[in-house]
Design a protein around this ligand. Structure first.
Ligand SMILES: Nc1ncnc2c1ncn2[C@@H]1O[C@H](COP(=O)(O)OP(=O)(O)OP(=O)(O)O)[C@@H](O)[C@H]1O
Ligand SMILES: [Mg+2]
Length: 259
């Protein structure tokens, strides 16, 4: 079966005031339908650039990206993008934010409200549906940010450090909810994080990137069985093994990026 997403020899350079910045160098990666892939790498190594290329916000300098065997050509509505900043509309309530994508698609009010409420309940936000974004905590807003993308059922979901600004406990709760949503909806997810523990806890495969220009340094499968208990995962021998192995790969890159 052909992969859902295929990144083939992708390079990306930016021209900044006469200088060339090579953000990505010869990136090759395929992602299968239903897979959960996480990407770790030091700051500035091109992780967000990679997602921007996949979603069609940027064009590769060379190489190509195929989604369902077709080259990416401009913004693709089959690909959802959960950004680090939540982008909720401040003048709409939680439920109105969550149902926005269905409203744009012309889905009738009763049906879209019902779907939005189902998702709100699944992430434990019921009771807050009429609150405005500024009346929600950071963790609540990030949950809303994720379900407003899930609601239109994109074939691929890209997440750029969605839990980055949250405290450690809230992150674990949201990781747990995300794994439940993923396993019950059969979504394909590419998830970027700075946190190696998070990367391993969530993923089928972890991609480690080098410092700039970003290349793929290694890709490792995570053999921890599912369903996973993210609260206890650090005790699992397979987790410890993967962590030790991947930290050896990541550590020199983080040091290089830090100067
Ligand atoms: N639109 C742009 N114009 C010029 N340079 C850019 C642009 N976007 C990114 N870059 C450069 O490309 C490189 C990679 O940036 P990118 O945002 O992809 O890194 P990142 O891995 O997501 O970093 P972080 O972990 O800090 O979010 C950086 O050197 C950045 O300055
Ligand atoms: Mg980034």
């Amino acid at each position: 079966m052909s992969p859902l997403l295929s990144i083939e020899g992708v390079n990306k350079e930016f021209q900044v005031r006469g200088k060339t910045v090579v953000a990505l160098d010869s990136v090759n990666l395929t992602v299968a339908e239903g897979e959960f892939v996480t990407v770790v790498g030091p700051s500035g190594c091109g992780k967000s650039t990679l997602l921007n290329l996949i979603v069609g916000l940027l064009q590769a300098s060379s190489g190509r990206i195929l989604f369902r065997n077709r080259p990416i050509n401009g913004i693709n509505p089959e690909i959802g993008y959960v950004t680090q900043k939540d982008n909720l509309l401040p003048w709409r309530t939680l439920v109105e934010n969550v149902e926005l994508a269905l409203e744009i698609r012309g889905i009738e009010k009763g049906a879209r409200r019902q779907r939005a409420m189902e998702l709100i309940e699944r992430v434990g936000l019921n009771g807050f549906e009429d609150h405005y974004p500024h009346e929600l905590s950071g963790g609540m807003r990030q949950r809303a940010n994720i379900i407003r993308t899930l609601i239109y059922d994109p074939g691929l979901i890209l997440m750029d450090e969605p839990f980055g600004p949250l405290d450690a406990q809230t992150r674990i709760v949201l990781q747990d909810q995300l794994l439940t949503l993923w396993s019950t909806t059969n979504k394909t997810i590419i998830f970027i994080t700075h946190d190696l523990v998070e990367a391993i806890a969530l993923a089928d495969r972890v991609v480690v990137m080098t410092s700039r220009p970003g290349k793929i340094k290694c890709v490792a499968s995570v053999p921890v069985p599912r369903p996973r208990d993210v609260y206890q995962i650090h005790q699992h021998p397979e987790f410890l093994f993967a962590h030790e192995r991947l930290w050896k790969e990541l550590r020199p890159e983080v040091k290089l990026a830090g100067g």
